[in-house]
Design a protein around this ligand. Structure first.
Ligand code: SF4
Ligand code: SF4
Length: 112
């Protein structure tokens, strides 16, 4: 899968000159990466994607996983890796969610 421009892009255009294959395009002010030209920077002299490596926002250009759940789990694992208390994450998540949901239900009952 090719790289793609995300909503984090601040239009600095640093990746325009950094891309070795000319895959970064600007058409009518819209920035995008041509998936037919993007090689993921594999097979050349680079060890990392040049667009991502030089992007000041870090997430302006990211690998497009294509598959929704694959992408979801990549993000999930990234977030989980930052947590210090991983073991009871889902217990706390469920506790908070059910508490908030109960509060909403109570409000709903009071209004009717
Ligand atoms: S380097 Fe990042 S912020 Fe700059 S134009 Fe490219 S994707 Fe957008
Ligand atoms: S991954 Fe490499 S080839 Fe693909 S757009 Fe980024 S810099 Fe260009």
């Amino acid at each position: 899968m090719a790289y793609k421009i995300t909503s984090q892009c601040i239009s600095c255009d640093l990746c325009l000159s950094a891309c070795p294959t000319g895959a970064f395009k600007i058409v009518d002010g819209v920035r995008w990466i041509d998936p037919n030209l993007c090689t993921n920077c594999v097979g050349g002299v680079y060890t990392v994607a040049q667009c991502k490596a030089g992007c000041p926002t870090c997430d302006g250009c990211v690998k497009d996983n294509g598959d929704y759940w694959e992408s979801w789990f990549v993000n999930y694992n990234k977030q989980i890796a930052k947590l210090t208390k991983k073991e009871d994450y889902w217990d706390r998540w469920f506790h908070t969610y059910s508490q908030k949901y109960s509060e909403q239900l109570q409000k709903h009952k009071v209004n009717y």
